[in-house]
Ligand binder design. Structure first.
Ligand SMILES: C[S@@+](CC[C@H](N)C(=O)[O-])C[C@H]1O[C@@H](n2cnc3c(N)ncnc32)[C@H](O)[C@@H]1O
Length: 261
């Protein structure tokens, strides 16, 4: 993640660690269950990140299918290339979600998971998604609403201040609850909206633990927080975890849509 989502190698590795956690694996399973890729399908993975998403969809579509992963980050694409190397049905390219290097109506399905909330221009990314889907094609767009974060802390005021500052890390921290008009505006039909809630009760290599590290780094550089308070915020959480009192809950909203035939 990050304000502009321009990752260096270390940040891309940090993101890879978050996407290796059981909660992230379960989310990808859930997204695949929603759009149900079949052998032979041509699927687009928009903002494919460290490559778990295109690799796993690649297994589902098999050798007769094709997954094309697109990401604007070179560091992410390197991780993706290494992960997808054993899968000839997966190709990867650098590109922008709001100007996809993909032909009209060429995809049977597409996924964009925690990508659109990071774009300045959600409407153009959604209209690109609609352009590249074939009539009858399906997509899952999944974004968070960061106000869904329920994160126990011995210092709730400090937690509120840090989360408030963290809202600045992306242009659309509430997009998960604001996506529907964008999708309908691009001519897509919404079939279902499903919440994906991650609940962690420890900091042992969990989604919460990795997000905590990311937020600590982000808040340290934020003018409203700074390094001392960012560390105090994380120390609160580490201390609480040592007493077995972690509670973290975070919801992303997954929209299953199709392009009318
Ligand atoms: C939070 S990660 C999600 C990765 C992946 N979708 C997953 O769920 O495993 C967001 C990804 O979107 C990519 N991204 C951000 N803005 C983008 C844009 N305008 N065009 C393409 N990719 C973008 C980032 O580089 C990053 O890899």
């Amino acid at each position: 993640m990050g304000g502009t989502l321009d990752y260096d190698e270390a940040e891309a590795r940090q993101e890879e660690a978050i996407y290796s956690t059981p909660a992230a694996v379960a989310r990808r399973d859930r997204v695949r269950d929603l759009f149900a890729p079949e052998p032979g399908d041509k699927v687009l993975s928009i903002g494919c990140g460290p490559g778990f998403e295109p690799a796993e969809i690649g297994w589902a579509v098999g050798n007769a299918g094709h997954v094309h992963g697109i990401d604007r980050s070179k560091a992410m694409l390197e991780l993706s290339r290494a992960r997808c190397a054993p899968l000839p049905q997966v190709t990867l390219a650098q590109g922008n979600a709001d100007d996809l290097p993909v032909a009209d109506e060429s995809a049977d399905a597409a996924v964009a998971v925690q990508v659109f909330e990071y774009l300045e221009t959600v409407a153009s990314a959604v209209s690109e998604l609609a352009r590249v889907l074939r009539p009858g094609g399906t997509a899952v767009v999944c974004d968070a609403d960061f106000s869904s974060l329920v994160w126990r802390s011995p210092n709730p005021e400090r937690m509120a201040r840090v989360l408030d500052a963290f809202d600045d890390h992306c242009p659309h921290p509430r997009l998960g609850s604001h996506l529907a008009p964008h999708l309908r505006g691009a001519g897509l039909t919404i079939d279902r909206v499903e919440p994906n809630t991650i609940v962690n009760t420890s900091l042992d290599d969990t989604f919460a633990a990795h997000l905590m590290t990311f937020i600590e780094d982000y808040a340290a550089d934020h003018e409203a927080i700074g390094p001392r308070e960012a560390q105090a915020w994380a120390d609160d959480l580490r201390e609480q975890a040592a007493h077995g009192e972690t509670f973290f809950s975070f919801t992303q909203y997954c929209y299953l849509v199709h392009k009318p035939a």
